[in-house]
Design a protein around this ligand. Sequence first.
Ligand code: SF4
Length: 641
Amino acid sequence: MNPQQIQDVLDRVLLTVDKPGRYVGGEYNSVVKDWDAVPFRVALAFPDLYDLGMSNLGIMLLYHQINSQPDLLAERTFSPWDDMEAVMREREMPLFSLETKHAIAEFDLLGISVPYEQLYTNVLNLIDLAGLPLHRTERDERHPFIIAGGHSCYNPEPLADFIDAFVIGEGEEIVVEVARVLKDLRGATRAQQLSAVAAIQGMYVPAFYDVAYHDDGTVAAITPNHPAAPERVLKRIVTVLPQPFTQFIVPNIDTVHNRAPIEIMRGCTRGCRFCHAGMITRPVRERPVAEVMEAIESIVEHTGFEEISLLSLSSSDYVYVDELTDAIYAKYKGSGISLSLPSLRIESTSADLLDKIGDTRRSGFTFAPEAATERMRNKINKYVPDEQVLQTARDVYSRGWRTIKFYFMIGHPDETLEDVQAIIDLCKAVLHEGRKILGGKANVNVGVSTFIPKPHTPFQWVPQDSTEQVIAKQRLLKDQIRGAGLHLRWNDVRSSEFEGWLSRGDRRLGAVIYRAWQKGARFDAWMDHHDHSAWLSAFEEVGLDTEFYTRRQRGLDEIFAWDHIDVAVHKKFLREDYLMSLNGETRVDCRDRCFACGILPKFKEARSQTEKMAWECPPVQPIRERQQERVANVTLIDLPN
Ligand code: SF4
């Protein structure tokens, strides 16, 4: 179908589907280039609904990077919801781009963002709806070259059967390099394209690696089978964070985050042992205050967004956080512009920071201690003493906030029911503090997620809690975290199991994902859509055991399915950290002391003189005295009128 035919079908069916705004494009700030004048075309796909994908910063950064190049164009596509998919299949209408309604099969490159594992069946469904063969071995140079990237691709093996090449690391620079290499190879064979792409640092071509297994199912070897394939694929980083993107597309419909994000810092040095993002996004790179302030101004001017979120993994560790909030306060006080400063750590957030970012909406704020006993805090290397939590609560309630939200995690290695009971006791103690200050108006919302061991972390060796263990712990929480002022939310045990299967999966899971997709599995991130039994029977039919992936203690010398993916943090460092956790030993923030995790030697040479200033290991120390004062996490800055 050509764009006009696709548009004609859309005109006939849009009013029959939910939220037609998902499929029309034409938004303010969307970029529509002259299709015939631009030599190379990239389709950027987010394998979930428009409502979610439009809030994904990664896709927007790549859209901007590519469309800033005169010889390249990028257009967006998202997963159609069930109703639209049914219409498309019935009318044989292929997946199309929002900007010019071209069929995705007409693009030269299809780039799919895959931040989390629950999107895997949607990745297959996108490729199928585009009318392309699912397995990379069935595609050739007549089909768009398909790449994928995002945090879940640091273990690319479960999707290795379907994707031609993976972006390992940060995509801003590499996506343009891949497009240019393929543009210059127009007319070449797929094999020639794969070789050229494999030669780009940070690109992983699964076809060029053979995986062998021991009889017990563990990986025996991962061997390059092509001269262009390095022994290990070193992740790609941008040494200096590119200029912030500010001309955000203003969505046609409400999205999950109706606000514009600015990344103030990338990476984290705290070293929490369960944290995937903290390990794979090193080194820390911080954005100068002037750049952030210019970006806020540009966003307000070019998008009309009234809410801007200042993103990082640990914003109170951002060395310029005081300077930035002072500047924002001075410039935007009374302007009605609200800014969120998520993921503040209690250890490094001061009372004056809290005052500066006061929140008129008083909607509450979030705090993530994760564990509630000294023993578990040491094990996970996230040490927040109870008294600090209680002091935070007092400081927050005394500033008029009525609701504190806590994030805890159950299922950490060696966790006991006593450790879970401590979560309950701590939440009740906080509510008690709130009641002393606000009476019955104080609330504590408690979110309890289930720990899932992730690749490239110190906990990649540990077994995940069994379903029975999780249910027992959740029952204890549900029985006691209830009543006035106490509200509990928890993860569906099936979603944790499912994510656990895929997180540390190997290449054999490709067959399971394919079978599950054939059985209709889609939108697995939505629990009302996730079909657990389809997955279980897919595992059975393929002859793989789910427990092998989740419940098994890994040997210290075991080869992992992702060991050929080099995140620049040494496996030796991770193993050492894991062994320290067994003894309850902690590590300080590596801003205080470098533990030679491996980042520096891998990227030191890559830095030019200027870039030396942009990131240093260990990173610059934040203002110390802030450490002394223990105050709360805050989500929203709404400058008082
Ligand atoms: S090289 Fe040192 S300072 Fe840098 S991230 Fe690793 S442990 Fe931290």
